[in-house]
Write a protein that binds this ligand. Structure first.
Ligand code: DQA
Length: 142
């Protein structure tokens, strides 16, 4: 399968953000970890990171892959624009979070994208991404 992994605002700062929530990997290390897992399973993956809402939306619109893993960061909690972009593409999207957003501040318990994604994986740190890949492979397998 061909995966697109989109990481949103401040995820380029991984390694310098609170490791209790996000783990200690940098984004580069996280991408290498996901890339190795995909390669081992014969899958391909493209990585994209932007802190700009519009650029994330443009990337979603242009997606040419089988499935998307989206960690929209804080946009998860209020971006109706990203929600609409997910809704109008045919490629399935998984909502991914490193931390368990339901066990943190109240504003993080709200996800405005949850009803337009296929499923959500959260709270497993870097393993959240692999779990999302496994779930897509299970549900989309030919
Ligand atoms: C996050 C959780 C969000 O609340 C936060 O704004 C992030 C990262 C996560 O991966 O746990 O930037 O999406």
């Amino acid at each position: 399968m061909r995966f697109l992994i989109i990481n949103g605002p401040s995820l380029n700062m991984l390694g310098r953000r609170d490791s209790a929530h996000y783990g200690s990997m940098t984004l580069e290390q996280l991408n290498a970890f996901i890339g190795e897992y995909c390669a081992k399973n014969g899958d391909s993956c493209e990585f994209y990171q932007s802190s700009c809402e519009g650029q994330i939306i443009d990337k979603l619109h242009a997606a040419d892959c089988d499935a998307i893993l989206l960690n929209a960061g804080a946009y998860t909690h209020y971006s109706y624009a990203i929600r609409d972009a997910i809704e109008c593409i045919s490629v399935p999207v998984a909502e991914v979070h490193l931390s368990d957003t339901d066990e943190r501040e109240d504003f993080r318990k709200v996800s405005v994208i949850r009803d337009v994604v296929k499923f959500t994986v959260k709270g497993l740190k870097h393993e959240s991404y692999l779990e999302a890949i496994r779930r897509f492979k299970e549900t989309l397998k030919r």
